[in-house]
Ligand binder design. Sequence first.
Ligand code: PHE
Length: 341
Amino acid sequence: MNEKIETLKQEISQYAVTNTDELEQYRLRFISRKNVIGDLFSEMKTVAAEERKAMGVRLNDLKNSAQDKFKELIASLEDQQNGQPDDVPDLTLPPIPDSLGSIHPLTQIQNRVVEIFEQMGFNVAEGPEIETDWHNFTALNFPPNHPAREMQDTFFIEKNPDIVLRTHTSSVQVRLMESEKPPIRAIMPGRVYRNEAISARAHCVFHQVEGLYVDRNVSFADLKQTLLHFAKELFGAETKIRLRPSYFPFTEPSAELDIWWGTETEADRRVTKGTGWLEIGGCGMVDPNVLENCGIDSEEFTGFAFGMGFERIAMIKYQIKDLRLFTENDVRFLKQFRAFN
Ligand code: PHE
């Protein structure tokens, strides 16, 4: 009996567990209702009466130490599991970087353009993409059946030729002049539509920003200086611009806005068709007819307006060769704009 107690004592003190199964084995052997120590208590009746008391004390000790050990084993198992890296992150490791999206290049251009003009005191104005003929054409000095309407391949709503998808954001200029008194100084970024076949250089949906400044004594020199400042802010301090005579029904005089690109490399000559200049938009002095159509006295006020395409600007700034990339949502393309702002 003494020997058995001694052996079990040894066994208990050396017991170690690494998982819950082993812990369960221990429990069955030493703690459960029919455990080995219990068996020894049953054997007590075979012990001589004078030794029985001492034996009882020893057996009780054994039972207590088995229970203490059980608590110890549970605690040690918990420790082992807590220590496993799967359960508790190692807080000393450098963080795993979040996979952030990137801002679409057109949005980046728009944000920057808005920022530059806001610094010059321009507000941002918006208007609907589905427009009336009046706002898109008539008020802008395109009389009905005027050949200038052909300049912009328009999407019409079949049942109602008075409703069009706006072909330019000049329609927002009309809305602004109709609803506000000069001085008006605003830019209108937005999506526009033209019925063109989609290719590397043309799309039926694209984005523009137009600008309008109407006040007393606004001159062509103001227009040129505004555009020059804008171009330098966007493309760099060395940027040069050129205004080339042109025609728009809503401005008089009108000009195309070119920026200097250079003729150094073969590619430079190709994109600029040998001239070194790249066209990015149109501009001019608001035609007095347009001011009058919008309820502004053209004797008292003058204004300038300009418009340019975001796709065109983004293609120049980031050297993108195909317009279709902007709308394909190919992450390999978009990912490259993560570093820009
Ligand atoms: N609305 C013209 C276009 O889309 C651009 C423009 C705006 C030209 C303002 C002159 C003045 O082609």
